[in-house]
Design a protein around this ligand. Structure first.
Ligand SMILES: [Zn+2]
Length: 103
């Protein structure tokens, strides 16, 4: 009995050296940002954040941080900073509009 538990722990230690064995499918977490706590969630291959920046750009420092933390434990399409599936990159005119609206 005891030796089988040791075997499981040894196997777990081997597994954690190979994080690509783990694939997140769904999660929700609280992210303690510099200014506030935000809700970051991941479902059906897409990551979301409750911060204002994310609602405008479809990405933010919180989702990028989670991408870097989880790395290959996320599906390949969710590992990039700008999610191709949910949002087209902002056009030049949209960028100018953002700058003007902040002044
Ligand atoms: Zn965010």
């Amino acid at each position: 009995m005891r030796s089988s538990i040791i075997g499981k722990i040894e196997k777990a230690n081997r597994y954690i050296q190979e994080p690509d064995r783990v694939m997140f499918q769904d999660f929700k977490l609280s992210f303690d940002g510099d200014h506030s706590a935000y809700s970051v969630s991941f479902t059906e291959g897409k990551m979301y954040c409750s911060c204002d920046f994310f609602s405008n750009w479809g990405m933010c420092s919180h989702t990028i941080a989670m991408q870097k933390l989880l790395g290959e434990m996320l599906p390949v399409e969710a590992q990039t900073a700008v999610p191709q599936y949910s949002l087209h990159p902002p056009t030049h005119s949209q960028l100018e509009l953002k700058i003007e609206s902040n002044t």
